[in-house]
Design a protein around this ligand. Structure first.
Ligand SMILES: [Zn+2]
Ligand SMILES: [Zn+2]
Length: 250
């Protein structure tokens, strides 16, 4: 299974990650990725960059070292009303917005409250990808979340780090989520969640997971760089993503 997109990576800007953007791009190029999403933590996370870091991503080239750079953020749900730490203006200038539940930002409560907040955040229109939804610290109703993801045109992330170094015990929840996504006709994306360049584009555990549950490959957006760009275009008014066209020419 060829994977063309890593939709979730961090740089030193996140405050607890260890590689630069250039180092991440180098590894992405070596591993043959077509698209690399740079998704440092949103402003509500302790140690995360100031909002200007994200606003200024417009200076980044569209293609670096043969790899398409998606200007992104891993935004936070900041309240059980589904509020986010990014506003509409920032959403519109980002190529990709992941949304996550993180313990330093919100304290886990109950499954209904978690689920409602995720669905509300999807309904806000400012979520492209729901990240690491299998986290056992924040149990959710997989069926309701997958259904809402289809309704609001949101990708569900399968996070490689959830099977290795982070969020122990995610497998069962990830399987339930992926199965619900398949049932409702939605799409998955793969994120390495690399906090070190060495992990960029590393999807061995995601591949093994997909084999185990038998998820249909054509519903994994990370396998299709061009499809991934088309998905992002479909979510934004006036998105100018034409700079990536050379990657998919011929
Ligand atoms: Zn992090
Ligand atoms: Zn995260």
């Amino acid at each position: 299974m060829e994977i063309e997109v890593d939709s979730h990576t961090h740089t030193v800007a996140s405050g607890h990650a260890y590689s630069t953007l250039a180092e991440n791009v180098q590894v992405a190029a070596e591993r043959g990725l077509k698209l690399l999403a740079i998704t440092d933590h949103g402003p509500a996370m302790p140690g995360a960059p100031f909002i200007w870091f994200f606003m200024n991503m417009k200076i980044l080239p569209r293609i670096m070292n043969g790899v398409g750079l998606l200007r992104g953020v891993e935004a936070n749900i900041t309240s059980w009303e589904g509020d986010l730490d990014i506003d509409e203006d920032l959403y519109q200038v980002m190529d990709i917005v992941l949304v996550s539940l993180h313990e330093p930002v919100v304290t886990p409560t109950d499954i209904t409250t978690h689920t409602d907040s995720v669905v509300k955040a999807m309904a806000s229109g400012r979520m492209d990808v729901f990240a690491h939804g299998g986290n056992p610290a924040f149990p959710i109703n997989a069926d309701q979340v997958a259904k809402a993801a289809v309704e609001y045109n949101v990708l569900i992330e399968i996070n490689n780090s959830s099977f290795t170094t982070s969020r122990q015990g995610s497998e069962k929840n990830c399987a339930a989520l992926a199965e619900a996504v398949a049932l409702h006709g939605g799409y998955l994306t793969f994120g390495s969640d690399a906090h070190l360049a060495d992990k960029v584009g590393g999807f061995d555990d995601c591949r093994a997971f997909i084999e185990t549950i038998g998820f249909p490959r054509e519903r994994i957006m990370s396998c299709n760089g061009k499809g991934f760009i088309d998905f992002l275009k479909s979510r934004r008014n006036n998105a100018d993503l034409t700079g990536f066209d050379p990657l998919f020419a011929g």
